[in-house]
Structures are given as structure tokens and as C-alpha cells.
Write a protein that binds this ligand. Structure first.
Ligand code: AR6
Length: 169
């Protein structure tokens, strides 16, 4: 059975098979976790992303991890929060599901997610956390090939939201 775990820290330092990047649809890099990943992985990541030609919201594309401890980086643009009536919940679930599909397709056993869309993109944290956990649980129940899925929280508020939701679920 796949284990779901919460860790507080910087996703660029985590030693897993794949980390997920909360990207934008151009895949050209940005601020937040995207900027941190590009800085830590080095300039070859930017070149690799350019060759991918963007990525629609809710889809996922994979590059090597380059200078990161992680072997792969799975890039997924989550939805921008527009008030909840713009299919945001479905699109956020798609980001988690497609990222997990990419991880399995690349033979990963361990994968780490940041809290997609809850920074610059403004998705309400408590709602996003429930979608993240529900989607990962549904996927790993059907396909138990991943040994561990980590939710990496960059701040204590995010860590607390994940811990609370995991206990309740
Ligand atoms: N490790 C783990 N989590 C982090 C890190 C890190 N090093 N740095 C930030 N976070 P955000 P989004 C957390 O804004 O909302 C970019 O410009 C952060 O505290 O990075 O999906 C992209 O290019 C928050 O909890 O991503 C897009 O344009 C979470 O990661 C846009 O931002 C997500 O915040 C995507 O916005």
C-alpha cells in the first residue's frame, strides 16, 4: 500500500525519484516553488522545458532532475483560483492525477508534491488540500506501484492543513 506523508521543508532538497513542480502553462519558469526548482536544477532545466513547448493546465510533462537529488521533475500547471466556478477543482485534481501517471510511467517509487496552486495562484488552502489527498488516495488505491507520496509544505500553516486533512481522511 502506498504511504502518504507530510514533510515540512524545501522540495528541491528532497531525495525522491520525482518531485512535482507547480508550473505555469508556458513552462518557462517563474516565482515560488517553480523558481526554486529552476535555480536548484540549473540552466539545463530551462533548455529542456523550452523544448517541451508548454503544457495545458491540469496536464503534466516530465524532465530530468539535472542538479537536483530527484531523478525527475514532473511539471504541472495547476489552475488559477477564479472564485470556484471555473472548473478549478477538476483542474487541480487533474494536475495531481496526471503527475502520478507520469511518475508511474517513469518507474518511480517515491514522489513529492508541493501544494499546487495555493501560492501565487490563490487556491484556498483547505479546499486544495482535500483535493490533493483525495486524488492521491484514489489513484494509489487503484495503482499501488508507488511506495511513498510526500506532501511537502513550505510553511507551518500548509503543513498543519495537510496533517489535519490526512488524519480526518
Ligand atoms: N519547496 C516547497 N514548496 C515551496 C517552495 C519550495 N522550495 N517554494 C514555495 N513553495 P507557488 P502556485 C510553496 O506560488 O500557487 C509560479 O510563478 C508555496 O509556499 O509556488 O501553483 C509559477 O511559474 C506554496 O505553498 O505555486 C506559476 O506562474 C506552494 O509552494 C505560479 O507561480 C505553491 O505556491 C504557480 O502558482
Amino acid at each position: 500500500m502506498t504511504e502518504l506523508k507530510v514533510v515540512e521543508g524545501d522540495i528541491t532538497t528532497i531525495k525522491v525519484d520525482a518531485i512535482v513542480n507547480a508550473a505555469n502553462d508556458s513552462l518557462a519558469g517563474g516565482s515560488g516553488v517553480d523558481g526554486a526548482i529552476h535555480r536548484a536544477a540549473g540552466p539545463r532545466l530551462g533548455e529542456a522545458c523550452q523544448r517541451l513547448g508548454g503544457c495545458p493546465t491540469g496536464e503534466a510533462k516530465t524532465t530530468p532532475g539535472f542538479n537536483l537529488p530527484a531523478k525527475w521533475i514532473i511539471h504541472t500547471p495547476g489552475p488559477i483560483w477564479r472564485g470556484g466556478q471555473a472548473n478549478e477543482a477538476q483542474l487541480l485534481a487533474n494536475s495531481y492525477r496526471h503527475s502520478l501517471q507520469e511518475a508511474v510511467a517513469h518507474g518511480c517509487q517515491t514522489v513529492a508534491f508541493p501544494s499546487i496552486s495555493t501560492g501565487v495562484y490563490g487556491y484556498p488552502l483547505d479546499r486544495a488540500v482535500l483535493i490533493a489527498i483525495k486524488t492521491v488516495r484514489q489513484f494509489t488505491k487503484k495503482d499501488p506501484r508507488l511506495a511513498e507520496v510526500f506532501f511537502v509544505a513550505f510553511d507551518s500553516r500548509t503543513a498543519a492543513a495537510y496533517r489535519r486533512a490526512l488524519q480526518l481522511s
